[in-house]
Design a protein around this ligand. Sequence first.
Ligand code: URA
Ligand code: SF4
Length: 220
Amino acid sequence: MASKAGHTPEDDYTAEPFLPERGGLPALRRAAADCRGCPLHRDATQTVFGEGTATARVMLVGEQPGDQEDRQGRPFVGPAGHVLDRALAVAGIDPGETYRTNAVKHFKFEHVAGRGKRRIHKAPTLREMTACGPWLARETALVAPEVLVVLGATAGRALFGSSFRVGEERGALTERQVHSRAVPVLATVHPSAVLRADDRDAAFDGLVRDLTVAAEALAR
Ligand code: URA
Ligand code: SF4
């Protein structure tokens, strides 16, 4: 299809037409399974929608599904998810109180020469994150969490723009605008950053320390 000058097809990326007009999380999840709002649906196995109940008190927002999540169709079931589960347990946050989702709902990957069939995670572009935003906006509205935990810089940039710096923002609970809705937000590192860290124990303790701030807010 020809595009007008200065107007690339990428500008048209958006999940908006795929969102149901009404309904709760189950209707939203069903609709998301058919989203073709950006090209990421083409190579991925399936949409990995958020998981948890609308009454969850904590909403955890990651970047995008990984290899395991793409295969299983559930968020945070791979190595990063295991780190997250352990950190939540140490911080004293009940998994049943959490709703887990990602800024982008399809796995973006590449095959790297010399690494066989392994699918290597590739960071989503700002346009892909923006395209996928309507799902996250509706999830946030339906869950209305008491604390929204931003896991890592990519999720932070997806929600708050490219100036977001996780190192500067982490560990402090602040009310912020999330898709035009005031929500108490706590940023921390992504659990996969713990796995990549030179000192994994220290990085894990840092994640727990941040999550404890959320746990304390829930206890108040
Ligand atoms: N990393 C994420 O950001 N989300 C997942 O669901 C899994 C890994
Ligand atoms: Fe739709 Fe998001 Fe998947 Fe793109 S990544 S196709 S916007 S669900």
